[in-house]
Design a protein around this ligand. Sequence first.
Ligand code: ACO
Length: 428
Amino acid sequence: MSHTCRIELDGKSHEFPVVKGTENELAIDISTLRDRTGYITLDDGYGNTGSCKSAITYIDGDQGILRYRGIPIEQLAENSSFVETAQLVIWGKLPSPADRDRFSALLTQNQMMHESLRNHFHGFPPNAHPMAILSAMLNAMSCYEPEMMEIDDDQTLERAAARIISKVRTVAAASYKMSVGQPLIYPRTDYKYCENFLHMMFSIPYKDYEPTPEVARALNLFLILHADHEQNCSTSTVRMVASSQANVFASCAAGVCALWGPLHGGANVAVIEMLEFIRQSGMSVADYVSRVKAKDSKLRLMGFGHRVYKNFDPRSKILKMAADQMLAKMNINDPLLEIAGQLEQVALSDPYFIERKLYPNVDFYSGTILRAMGIPVSMFTVMFAMGRLPGWIANWKEIHDDPKSRIYRPRQVYVGNTIQGFVPKHLR
Ligand code: ACO
């Protein structure tokens, strides 16, 4: 096979190298295109653009493959914990027992919020969106860690990663407590990561919440499945910010903002809102699907479709199975789940969805599982953010460690006015 690509422009032929990934994906390296030809490429939405080389996550959207550092997601879901998976994603290998102990100790050391940081909470109105609180708090956190503004060694990065992963959990639970007018609950040192989050969410001063192993396992699974997903909107945002050499706190805060939107992390909220809308309207599922197909006011079936997975989303398979098991065990009878089941059946057998390769994505089932755990809808996207932190930190690290890294600066094709004269105020 040829390892170059020839492009004919204005009667001249130009050769460009072809880059091959470790899984044999092929890309035309056009980094010298503009210098050599004056042309740029145009790819709205970046569907055909590789923005970087990365060694973190591999996805094959046609075959439904997702691997972190080479390990299939199915194996991690079955055997690993969120904290161990976070270490794998960030540092590229499964941690040794000593690495695990050291990182766990760092998570425990960093689980409290600085008392001044707690004061920030009181400045937010009780109905503030938790994603707004989360991004603001991540930036605020950096004010208390001046030594982590510039990271020059592995130990400091490990401490920064532990701080972010541990404190975001505390901040997330605190934002929920504030929204329901309950006192903030301090973390416990005897709980593991997921149990501790559930304790801070659901304990009240006169009654401790005791997380069951099933719920803690389901939370671990949810977070593992969200730990990274290569160059999605929020991760690309983190890389974009990191490329200007911004610190890891600011870069992750930007990731939170990108994740907030309903076409990305907000989709799991939109799924529940859609199910609630169908229930309250009394409309049949078939009627709702017809409205979606008619593209009525840009309506979409939330939780369906994916930019990359065009066959099935491997995460949704795992989560669906876990959700089914958990709901059966907890004996939960939720009318929204009934509607979700019908929607899945209708859409999976409808030519509109089959032809466009629109299958349930991870958000379709994650809402279900979070609801069963008692997590309120307003916290769903925050849960996604908690899970995605390892991926953001790993991508930040990749940029930070690359001596050849350049600031990200795409170009554009200008389609605005050609030169105009300035019109004085009295003549407009
Ligand atoms: N419901 C109905 N129609 C859809 C849907 C949907 N969920 N998704 C795509 N389509 C249709 C489009 O209208 C379009 O139809 P057309 O060819 O007749 O014009 C066709 O499928 C292709 O759609 P695109 O917008 O080009 O697909 P794209 O890859 O850009 O979008 C996305 C992917 C954003 C995920 C889209 O499928 C969507 O909006 N889904 C619903 C939101 C959602 O669940 N987001 C979560 C994504 S996963 C994540 O962030 C973890």
